[in-house]
Design a protein around this ligand. Structure first.
Ligand code: DAH
Length: 359
């Protein structure tokens, strides 16, 4: 048997026996690599006599071809086996139950804030926000609360130990009205903006929680009157409650930052023992409002003879309770999943004027 045949009988079974691609590569290097056995044999051709080369040449080349072909075939077989193994390993058991759906949902307060923004955006209002930790100046002084004014005591304020950047006291904002000041001091009129957010007062019972939500509205422009305020509120409330028979009643009131000031009542009827908004059988107080006080406009660096406006402030939790029929404010902040599952909204229920607000 020639050396070539002997090598063939040795190498081909090795190729067949290679259990994986790494082992196969080792066999290939040992046969066809730079120092491989077949390569070594090919090199002997040069030193042979022409007659001998004529005999050995075809044998040795045939050996190389046979080894190359066997390696390719084995490689294809190993790769196919590896793919099969991977497919088996990564197979998906379609009979397994799917992952349970997430249990949380959109809180009614977030839903109402989105609805508010949607309605006011449609009327050309921007949405603004401000910090929850405020200076006394923004929360009170700039809003025309004199230092010794009893109105400061109307809000059960949480005071912080730290002093503010202006050397004054810091508070947890007691209303969203300071955002009016932030908007007026950072923007040029005309201003049409709503400002929803959290507010804080030291108060807690069935209708009060230490943290609650308000939305502030502010319009500063030329020639603005109480009629614009009433129209804006009526248009907003009709869209929000999705009823055309909403009736408002403005009652004279007092806030330091508005003059004149009005408390706004909304009419309702009693149907099957439940309050239903609309009509004017009964009235409930809904929000505070008024024409922005000239002192407030002046405190923001604007000329009250040139610019006038109206403002309003409304409890968002109250709006949510009225629209979605909830009766205890404290449940809003208990984090009880059962309550949320009952009153919450799916994350894809995005309110739109075309698709409905309470969708
Ligand atoms: N800030 C007032 C409060 O929390 C509500 C309010 C009343 C806001 C009248 C206003 C307004 O902008 O004009 O009780």
């Amino acid at each position: 048997m020639s050396t070539a045949e002997a090598l063939k009988e040795q190498i081909l079974p090795e190729v067949e026996a290679a259990a994986d691609l790494t082992a196969l590569e080792a066999v290939r290097v040992a046969a066809l690599g730079k120092h491989g056995a077949v390569t070594g044999l090919l090199k002997t051709l040069g030193a042979m006599s022409p007659d001998e080369r004529q005999v050995q040449g075809p044998r040795i080349h045939a050996l190389r071809e046979a080894v190359t072909a066997a390696l390719a075939e084995r490689k294809a077989a190993l790769e196919a086996a590896e793919l099969d193994a991977r497919l088996a390993r990564e197979r998906i058991d379609v009979t397994l139950p799917v992952r349970p759906a997430p249990r949380g949902s959109v809180h009614p307060v977030s839903q109402v804030m989105d609805e508010l923004a949607e309605i006011f955006a449609d009327m050309g209002f921007t949405v603004s926000s401000g910090p929850e930790v405020e200076t006394d100046w923004y929360n009170f002084t700039a809003l025309n609360f004199a230092d010794d004014h009893p109105a400061r005591a109307m809000h059960d304020t949480f005071y912080l130990d730290e002093t503010g950047p202006d050397g004054g006291k810091m508070v947890l904002r007691t209303h969203t009205s300071p955002v009016q000041i932030r908007v007026m001091t950072s923007q040029q009129p005309p201003i049409y903006s709503v400002m929803p957010g959290r507010v804080y007062r030291s108060d807690s019972d069935a209708t009060h929680t230490p943290m609650f939500h308000q939305v502030e509205g502010l319009v500063i422009d030329k020639g603005i009157t109480l009629a614009h305020l009433k129209w804006t509120l009526e248009t907003f409330l009709k869209a929000f409650f999705e009823r055309d028979d909403i009736v408002l009643r403005l009652r004279p009131s007092y806030f330091p930052f508005t003059e004149p000031s009005a408390e706004v009542d909304v009419g309702y009827t009693i149907q099957n023992g439940r309050r239903v908004l609309g009509g004017s059988d009964h009235w409930m107080e809904l929000l505070g409002s008024g024409m922005v006080h000239p002192n407030v406009i002046r405190n923001c660096g604007l000329d009250p003879d040139e610019w006038q406006g109206f403002a309003f402030g409304c409890g968002i939790d109250r709006l949510a309770m009225l629209k979605y029929g909830m009766d205890d404010l404290r449940a809003f902040f208990d984090g009880d999943l059962r309550w949320l599952r009952h009153y919450g909204f799916a994350s894809l229920d995005v309110p739109t004027l075309s698709g409905g607000l309470g969708a």
